[in-house]
Structures are given as structure tokens and as C-alpha cells.
Design a protein around this ligand. Structure first.
Ligand code: SAH
Length: 493
């Protein structure tokens, strides 16, 4: 799960351009202290082991994760927060084959560099591009997709977001105690389980962050202890909030280390009083030593245990555990494009693989003969079935299972599919699935992906086996982060 987080600052949402003159001035990281950065540290120690040396480098490009690339003594360095064309001082440490480089000071900065609006940007790591202005972020994402898709065609210009903040409809917050034994809540610092206390993440829904603040305050008055990962003591591990951006419905999930919840009724009452906009509250029990947020057991403390939201003109029911796209504004654009690429006339049999709670399936079902959705997550499938009923849709069926195995079985039975829409997780699809697509011979395949690298790998297979790419549309679903979504249309040759 990606961590995305930040605080409010007076610069929030503002782009800050520097004059050319300013650009030449050496500066530390835009006034923000970088966590465990070289500042104030002896130059001969590194947390990555090995001896650290200072080097002056020039950035020649960006990695797919938005890190600056520079050459130094025959080594390729990858430096977070460094931009193309910039000259900088970096701290380099080597341990065995592994070379680590960290930005110490920018000597000549890019005209596209801005002060990150979030004061936690450099320690959090949930966002990686806040030091770039919006144009530079867009250019980076476009180039990433252009390069990966080069063997298949030229992608359309990326669909950007007008207000690239406040977009996440889902947030996770972890709780702990600081050295003064006060409750803190926030997001984990990059690659650690150290909580960065924060009251606002600029890409979260602002209401969700307000509710978390209230809960943090209530923990004190209710003497609710945060869970301690080391000792296994304490109660509250995380709070998960899901917001229906259109419906305004809000789900609060209190992830607790035990099922026993002392003072439960009063806590729920007080929380509802402070936030009457909350429509459901759940307790999820996670008593395992794990970095997974949610445990198996779930109890509804208030409301119906799910929220609904509207997407593509349909109503969707969403549970705590099922996947729902986190940026609904951009999802509308993505789905509209995917459905357009499917070229449905009203007669087709469509397979929607990796269908989640059936969003794409149900939107497609209105323009297709029938839709078959397949999804691994039981809760998501249950939601998908409920969602088809709720919307009065009769031509969609949902199956729980591995998409690859499902397709293999379909191909073995000699079933037919005219169009396959697929939207696998970041790891992409697998050969079982792709080879069955080839056997099923759908006229069109629409491949939605949140990781164009694995998408490019899978496209290679499909292109080798009788398909041609006939349209590539990148979408910026995750502004401020390096992640990029891409939807590709393939047609059978
Ligand atoms: N199309 C949906 C969900 C996409 S996310 C939407 O737009 O909302 C990817 C989905 O793939 C998740 O719901 C995940 O549970 C599911 N998934 C992961 N591995 C799977 C597999 N092997 N077979 C089927 N579904 C899988």
C-alpha cells in the first residue's frame, strides 16, 4: 500500500517559481529539513553502511520513480528530489555492490523546481514529485509512458487533473506515542515504521484528515492507547477512512489490536457527535504481527458497514476491504476512455477481469450484451453482485477466483468473449491469463494498468500473439506521486 501524506502549509497548493537569478543560487532543500540527510552529519558515516563522500554531479534524466539520474566515477546514481539539468552536491555511500546517493544541496536548480507545499514532503516519501511544478510532473509522466510504449505506438497526451490535491478518497493513519508519551497520529516515514506526526496530508480528502484529528484528541479523553508494534501492547493500530466523494458518505474503520473495545458505545457516540457526516463506523481486528493494515475480523459499530458512491452514473457499494479507485475525478476520465476503446454496440460478451467491485463491468454492461466479471477478493465480488442488483443490472455475472485460472477454464470450455477488459494489480497479468486471451480470440482487449512497466511486458506478449495496439491513453490518477495509469486498446489482427 502506498503511503501518501503531508501537512498543511501556507504554501499549500501554490506553485512557486523562482527567478532565473534565484535559480543559480545554491540552496538546501527549499528550506525543509530532510530526514536523516547529510546536514549536520559527519561526512564519513552513512546509515546505509560504508563511508559517505560528497560529490558534485549533474542530473541527466529521471528514473521511472522520479529520481534524478547522474553519473559519478562510472557509477549510475539515483538521487531522490533531483531534477534534470540540475547541478548538486550529493552524499554517496557504497556498501558492497549497492551505491546510495542522497541530495545534500542543489547548486543550480531547474526552472521547474518549486517549494513543495507539504512540510513533510522530504521525510514522508508518499509523494515523490512535489518539488516539480505541475508542467514538469506532467512531462515526466508523459515521457515515462512514451518510452515504455515506444514499441507499440505513440501515446495520447496524458489526461491531467485540474486541482491535483485533496483527491484521495481513502486514507490510512497510524498511531503511536512520542517521547513525552503523547498520542501522535500520522503516516510512516519512508521505509520505516516511524510515525511522522501530521494533521494534514495535501492529497487526502480534507474531511478525512479532520476526522483523524478528532480521533486523536478523543484517544486522550477515552484513555485509548495506541498499539505498540514492539511490545504488542495497546489498542488502536490505524484508522482507515473512505469517503464517497459524490455521495458525501464517510466510513471510519478503527483498526484495533483486540476485539474487546472498552467504552465502545461512548466512543462511537462522541465521534458521531463531533462528525455527524460519518455514515458508518467499523472496528477491524488485526492482532497479528504484520504490516498489513487490516485484519480478517470486522464488526459494524454504527451504520450499514459500507458506503455508496456514484461513478459513471451508477451507484456503488464499497466495503472496508474491497478495492475502489482512489481518485474518482480521474477515474471517470479513465473509465470513459476504456469504455470508448471497447467499442460496444450492445451485443458483445465482455469479460471484465480483475473487476474489483464491478465498476467497469457495470458501466460496460449498459452498452454490452452481457458482462462476466472475475475478481479474487471475496468482499469485492460480494460488493459487485450487490452493485448489479442495486443498479437494476441483469446482464452482469460475477465470479470469485484467480483471473488467470478463470480464463484458462473459459478457453478450455470453448466459451466466447468479444471484448476483454483487464485491470490487473501493479504486478500485471500472467501467462495463464494472457495465453487464454489469445485462445479466446476476443476482437478487442482493453488493458487498464496502474503500472505501465508491467503493462508493456504484457503487451509484448499479446502483440507477439496476434494483437495490435490501437490507442494508448495515459491518465494522471496519482498527482504528486510518480505513479501513472495507462489504458491501451488492442485489436485482433
Ligand atoms: N477494475 C477494478 C479493480 C482494479 S484493481 C476497478 O477499476 O476498480 C485490481 C483488482 O485485481 C483488485 O480488486 C484485486 O483484488 C484484483 N486481483 C488481484 N489479483 C487477482 C487475480 N489473480 N485474479 C483476479 N483478481 C485479482
Amino acid at each position: 500500500m502506498n503511503k501518501r501524506k503531508n501537512h498543511k502549509s501556507k504554501n499549500a497548493g501554490k506553485k512557486q517559481h523562482r527567478s532565473d537569478k534565484q535559480n543559480r543560487k545554491p540552496h538546501a532543500l527549499e528550506g525543509h529539513q530532510k530526514r536523516s540527510s547529510a546536514k549536520g552529519k559527519a561526512n564519513n558515516a552513512s546509515k546505509h553502511g560504508g563511508k559517505a563522500v560528497t560529490a558534485e554531479v549533474t542530473c541527466s534524466g529521471l528514473t521511472s520513480e522520479g529520481k534524478g539520474i547522474a553519473q559519478w566515477k562510472g557509477e549510475r546514481l539515483e538521487i531522490a528530489h533531483l531534477m534534470p539539468g540540475e547541478k548538486a552536491e550529493v552524499l554517496v555511500s557504497k556498501k558492497g555492490q549497492f551505491v546510495h546517493a542522497e541530495l545534500k544541496q542543489v547548486i543550480e536548480s531547474s526552472k521547474d523546481r518549486v517549494a513543495p507545499p507539504c512540510p513533510y514532503y522530504y521525510e514522508c516519501g508518499g509523494c515523490q514529485l512535489q518539488h516539480m511544478n505541475q508542467q514538469a510532473q506532467t512531462r515526466f509522466k508523459q515521457e515515462t509512458v512514451d518510452v515504455l510504449m515506444k514499441p507499440f505506438g505513440k501515446p495520447e497526451p496524458i489526461m491531467t487533473m485540474d486541482h491535483p490535491y485533496d483527491y484521495r478518497n481513502k486514507s490510512h493513519t497510524s498511531f503511536g506515542l512520542n517521547q513525552q508519551r503523547q498520542v501522535i497520529g500520522g503516516l510512516y516515514a519512508q521505509n520505516t515504521h516511524d510515525i511522522i506526526p501530521m494533521d494534514r496530508c495535501l492529497i487526502h480528502d480534507p474531511k478525512a484528515d479532520e476526522i483523524v484529528q478528532t480521533i486523536k484528541g478523543m484517544m486522550k479523553s477515552f484513555k485509548m492507547q495506541p498499539y505498540n508494534e514492539d511490545t504488542g501492547r495497546g489498542f488502536l493500530r490505524h484508522v482507515l477512512i473512505k469517503v464517497g466523494k459524490v455521495s458525501g458518505e464517510i466510513m471510519v474503520v478503527l483498526v484495533a489490536a483486540s476485539s474487546e473495545f472498552k467504552g465502545k458505545n461512548n466512543f462511537v457516540k462522541a465521534l458521531r457527535q463531533a462528525h455527524p457526516e460519518i455514515t458508518t463506523i467499523l472496528q477491524n481486528v488485526n492482532n497479528r504481527k504484520t504490516s498489513m493494515v487490516l485484519g480478517e475480523q470486522e464488526k459494524v459499530l454504527f451504520g450499514k458497514g459500507t458506503i455508496t458512491d456514484t461513478l459513471g452514473g451508477l451507484k456503488f457499494e464499497i466495503s472496508a476491504k474491497s478495492f475502489y479507485q482512489i481518485n474518482p475525478v480521474q477515474t471517470e476520465k479513465l473509465y470513459t476512455k476504456a469504455i470508448e476503446m471497447a467499442e460496444l454496440s450492445g451485443k458483445e460478451t465482455v469479460v471484465d477481469a480483475y473487476c474489483g467491485i464491478g465498476t467497469i463491468s457495470l458501466i460496460a454492461s449498459q452498452k454490452a450484451g452481457k458482462v462476466i466479471g472475475v475478481e479474487l477478493n471475496k468482499d469485492a465480488v460480494r460488493d459487485a453482485i450487490r452493485n448489479s442488483k442495486r443498479n437494476g443490472i441483469k446482464n452482469a455475472r460475477f465470479y470469485q477466483g484467480d483471473a488467470g485460472k478463470f480464463m484458462v477454464d473459459m478457453a478450455a470450455r470453448g466459451d466466447k468473449a468479444d471484448v476483454v477488459i483487464m485491470d490487473p494489480p501493479r504486478t500485471g497479468s500472467d501467462e495463464a491469463f494472457l495465453s487464454s486471451v489469445v485462445k479466446l480470440k476476443p476482437k478487442r482487449v482493453v488493458y487498464v494498468s496502474c503500472n505501465p512497466e508491467t503493462q508493456a511486458r504484457d503487451l509484448k506478449y499479446l502483440v507477439k500473439n496476434g494483437y495490435k495496439v490501437d490507442g494508448i491513453q495515459p491518465v494522471d490518477m496519482f498527482p504528486q506521486t510518480y505513479h501513472v495509469e495507462s489504458v491501451v486498446k488492442l485489436v485482433r489482427e
